[in-house]
Design a protein around this ligand. Sequence first.
Ligand code: CA
Length: 237
Amino acid sequence: MDAKRAVLVVEDDEAIRFGVVDALEAEGIATTEAKDGIEGSSLAVRGEFDLVLLDLGLPKKDGMEVLREIRAARPKLPVIVLTARGQEEDRVRGLKLGADDYVVKPFSAKELLARIEAVLRRSCERPLDLDRVRFGGVTIDFARAEVRHKGGERFELSEREAELLRFLIKNAGRVVSREELLQDVWRVDPRGVETRTIDMHVVRLREKLRDDSDQPRFVRTVRGRGYMFAERLDEHA
Ligand code: CA
């Protein structure tokens, strides 16, 4: 994980807060602590943070209210909600209110750090959004969700196909697991979810890219691990 990240930890439970702060600081992440909703909200809105960890059950101001205020003032600031086990409704409400992800208590430092890393990776990709890329005789126009072939053939991409392709291209040269795709493209919890839907989308994507499904050039299958976009992008798209 990159150094010099700054995370705001809003949590009233001292033991959890200390544990989180220790885990983050051990990774070289700068932390600021808030013990209640009022402090948390004002720090989040004013401070220069890369991410906020937000407990929902907070004194003085409810975590949902804090989340609402953060979203109103700082729409792009990543927020991970900390929820108690058995509070599925909170998770759904949190995600609806614009939380980027959630972690269920009790969580391990490892799990928390993985979530933070995934959310930060996603958020720092946002400004680099590609509108159009070209590779191997194919042009992808993301604004129109369209694949154009050299010979003039065109295919429309579904929103999910476009998002999947964009994610694979952004991670070109790296194997992306199905779990990662479920989390970052489908935005669902990868635990216990059928991953075949991803494979079906890849099949359709390959058809539109005219990628040979037996020996794909662009979207390769890496057995037991996932998929990898393996083609170099042309410089001038
Ligand atoms: Ca609490």
